[in-house]
Design a protein around this ligand. Structure first.
Ligand code: XMP
Length: 171
């Protein structure tokens, strides 16, 4: 495993993102909608850096089948989706890759009556985007390699690692 982003770097960056979000959402009805499962750890760390009243909700989106790196059809599970009518939604995902997941979810939040919809990602992969979407908050830009850790998985493993890394042979 090659460590790409250390635990300390993540902590500092997440704290900075939290301060930025706190400044931007003063007095607004903020709902953070996290995309399962990859953004779970980011969600837990980020919300504790935002000193504002906020709601948390979850959505599940999956486009990767098992170990393959080919995007399949996007499956969205809204079983735990929030009532976002009149709310300022901040969609939170682990990584912006092709952009299909977040752009679909942004449209979905508008359809569900959100007052505004912004996006936040821990990582953004260079040179992979197929859909135009500028994340409003982004932790780190990374090269085009398959990464794991801090919520990101390979075959549902490695999510618990405190850093982001590239598995040997996956660069
Ligand atoms: P799109 O292509 O829709 O993809 O922007 C976003 C989702 O794809 C998954 N993804 C990854 N997961 N390591 C992972 O563990 C990666 O390098 C990676 N690249 C994309 C992830 O689920 C993300 O939410």
């Amino acid at each position: 495993m090659k460590v790409l982003i250390t635990e300390d770097q993540i902590r500092e960056r997440v704290a900075a993102l939290g301060r930025q979000i706190e400044a931007d959402y003063q007095g607004k009805p903020l709902t953070i909608v996290a995309v399962l499962t990859g953004s779970l750890i980011l969600l837990a760390d980020l919300i504790r850096q935002i000193g504002l009243p906020l709601r948390v909700a979850l959505l599940q989106a999956s486009s990767y089948k098992g170990a393959t790196m080919t995007a399949g059809a996007l499956i969205i599970n809204e079983a735990f989706a929030p009532d976002v009518i009149g709310r300022d939604v901040l969609l939170l995902d682990d990584i912006l890759d092709t952009g299909h997941t977040l752009s679909t979810l942004v449209a979905r939040m508008h359809e569900r009556g959100a007052n505004s919809v912004k996006t936040a990602v821990l990582l953004r992969k260079l040179g992979r985007q197929e859909v135009h979407l500028e994340p409003d908050y982004c932790g780190f830009t990374i090269p085009d390699a398959f990464v794991v850790g801090y919520g990101l998985d390979f075959n549902d493993d490695y999510r618990h690692l405190p850093h982001v890394g590239i598995l040997d042979g996956m660069a």
